[in-house]
Design a protein. Structure first.
Length: 644
């Protein structure tokens, strides 16, 4: 440990603290409380030195007082900045508070020398770089840490996440596979192996891996996520996992996120008319991100006389127009990037928020653990994650009759709260650019062009098999797909050839800005959707530009989103319920150009009147749903399903 190797620049100070103040052996809460109390009383003693500050920091760490731990470590650092034991405690405190930018210089000051012999220190250095999204710099530091301890599964998982961000998906899968080899019970790592291979469209072992994953999840009885499992449940949305097993996995991670959290005192709901209802939204996506692009107008059109809104952000700052819009639409914006979960929860509690809404769910960069402190009387999951959070500290999940039918209540740990229209908001102020011409994108004028601009991880062999059959049925057709990453493109081309499709049958569209993307969408005759994870924002973008979407609905939330969108624009016939219907409908649309054109005209003529594209209509529906939640609480009733 760092403590064993730390250099002393001065002779150790005499200790004014009695030995009984520092617990020896039994790490009980009472011992740590006694230690913290004794040490805190003596900080003004002239001989209170580095070792005492470190002991105080350690006591506060065990008591969950991370700001206090940071304060003690900073006092020790002021006395001995070269003491590795001090640097380790201070960087640990900064990391626990998400203060990675402050931790990094401390690691960089020890880029060489004795500190580099300590595995935890080097690993924390790499993690700090990764949290700052400097993944290319993090990778060699992870490898440096592996030299010191190659058998820790966690380091291979962290390396895999950085490789994922660099779009080296097959290499990332190998890192997670190493973690599985070292610890076969790491279910999160097992999920990520398959998920990353999906990103690369590397399907050689797809069915075998998926069957094994489902078998493991059905049999496992203990917490399968030996880390917090961030993103692992998100990966399950693109797999055909039975809903009870999905819920089981989500519960495991939700429990892990709640470790150490103690619910805050419950506040009563304010009396009617005493003040506005206070809504808080928690997210890392308050920038030019799909979540913000979808919900910004609903916040702009809200009833400011009855509702007061605060954004609790752990988001990046991109200075975009939509970021300025969403901040301006709300009463308060609170930057929580440098706060721990406990600090975030306390701030929300102090702000007397009535309904706290999580916009992340079980996705990467979530703060689900904040909700485990129960900082608000009513806690709601909405929009950012297409499925249950699995958390008993979330009261409701907002959906609609299509995406979350009440018959699926057993699939959710939350109570279903249905909006009358689609659960997904939209922005009627967004651009509707003049459509491009096919020539601009090198597309043939005489072909039927099917489109799919979803991320590659949503594509499965079963879906691609269906697309191949559809393309074979109509030889004059081709498929235009998103160039998501080079590994996926290479593998898709190989898979297409294996299914008898020539190179001219599939083209790739590069990633472009949102306006340019919208302008090219009408070049597609209609969109072929994925399953079991549908197009979400991608589908509403297509409908906005007058392009039909053909989807296949399943039992999961993620597989019903496009169907909900289609029902809301009056095209339920494009929301198929069987694979046979999906293929037959696609072929029929290609062969009946008049019928297809009628559908496109329906979308173009109706988009200014569809409820789906009215932020104001959505705001009224959402507020009515919030008021129903509040009214139940005021009556002393527990959360319950709220039908549309």
């Amino acid at each position: 440990m760092l403590a064993r190797h730390a250099r002393r620049r001065t002779a150790p100070p005499a200790r004014p603290v009695p030995a009984s103040a520092v617990p020896a052996g039994a790490d009980t809460l009472e011992n740590w409380q006694r230690a913290e109390s004794t040490l805190a009383r003596m900080t003004q003693h002239p001989r209170f030195g580095v070792e005492q500050w470190l002991a105080l920091g350690a006591a506060r760490h065990h008591l969950g007082d991370i700001p206090g731990m940071a304060e003690a470590a900073q006092r020790a650092y002021a006395l001995e900045p070269d003491n590795l034991k001090v640097v380790h405690q201070l960087t640990t405190a900064f990391m626990r508070q998400n203060r990675f930018a402050e931790a990094l210089p401390l690691f960089e000051a020890h880029a060489t020398g004795e500190a580099r012999q300590h595995y935890q220190f080097v690993s924390n250095h790499a993690t700090t770089l990764a949290e700052l999204r400097r993944h290319e710099e993090a990778v060699p530091i992870y490898l440096e840490a592996m030299v010191l301890c190659v058998r820790d599964p966690a380091i291979h998982m962290k390396l895999g996440l950085s490789l994922k961000e660099m779009k080296l998906f097959e290499e990332a899968a190998e890192s997670f596979l190493t973690a599985v080899t070292l610890e076969p019970g790491r279910f999160a790592a097992q999920v990520m192996v398959l998920h990353l291979r999906q990103y690369a469209c590397a399907w050689r072992q797809y069915q075998q891996d998926k069957d094994q994953l489902v078998k493991t999840l059905s049999e496992i009885e203990i917490d399968p996520f030996s880390t917090k499992g961030e993103g692992a449940v998100w990966a399950l949305t693109a797999l055909d996992v039975p809903p009870p097993l999905f819920l089981k996995a989500a519960r495991q991670v939700a429990v892990r996120c709640a470790v150490g959290a103690k619910p805050l005192p419950r506040r009563p709901m304010p009396a009617p008319g005493s003040r506005r209802i206070r809504i808080g939204y928690v997210s890392s996506d308050f920038y030019s991100h799909a979540t913000t692009l979808l919900m910004v107008e609903a916040l702009e059109k809200r009833d400011t006389e009855r509702f007061e809104v605060t954004l609790y952000s752990h988001s990046r700052d991109d200075n975009s127009q939509v970021q300025h819009r969403i901040r301006s639409a709300c009463e308060r914006f609170v930057d929580m990037n440098a706060m721990s979960a406990a600090e975030m929860a306390q701030r929300i509690h102090d702000d007397e928020i009535d309904i706290l809404v999580d916009l992340k769910g079980q996705t990467f960069e979530n703060r689900l653990g904040v909700f485990a402190y129960r900082p608000a009387p009513i806690q709601v999951a909405w929009l950012g994650f297409p499925g249950t959070c699995g958390a008993d500290y979330m009261d409701y999940i907002i959906g609609d009759p299509q995406v979350t039918p009440l018959a699926h209540a057993a699939h959710y740990s939350e109570h279903i709260a249905q909006l009358p229209g689609c659960y997904q908001p939209n922005d009627s102020r967004r651009q509707r650019p003049e459509p491009h011409r096919r020539l601009q994108w090198g597309l043939p004028e005489d072909k039927i062009i099917l489109g799919n601009f979803n991320q590659s991880f949503k594509l499965t062999p079963e879906t691609f098999d269906a697309w191949a059959r559809i393309l074979h049925a109509v030889p004059e057709s081709m498929l235009w797909m998103l160039a998501d990453n080079h590994q996926a493109m290479k593998n898709i081309e190989r898979e297409a050839e294996a299914r008898g499709l020539g190179k001219d049958r599939i083209r790739f569209a590069p990633r472009v800005g949102n306006d340019e993307h919208l302008a090219r969408l009408p070049l597609v005759d209609f969109m072929l959707d994925n399953w079991p994870c549908n197009a979400h924002t991608t589908a509403s973008d297509a409908l906005w530009m007058g392009v039909p979407v053909l989807t296949l609905m399943g039992d999961s939330f993620a597989s019903r989103v496009a169907g909900s969108l289609l029902h809301s624009v009056g095209l339920p016939e494009l929301a198929c319920t069987t694979l046979q219907q999906y293929e037959q409908t696609a072929i029929a649309l290609m062969r009946d150009r008049e019928a297809l054109q009628a559908i496109r005209q329906h979308l173009i003529e109706g988009r200014d009147s569809f409820d789906l594209f009215s932020g104001e209509r959505f705001a009224r529906d959402l507020e009515a749903l919030y008021e129903r939640m509040v009214e139940r609480d005021r009556q002393g009733l527990p959360p319950a399903a709220l039908a549309a």
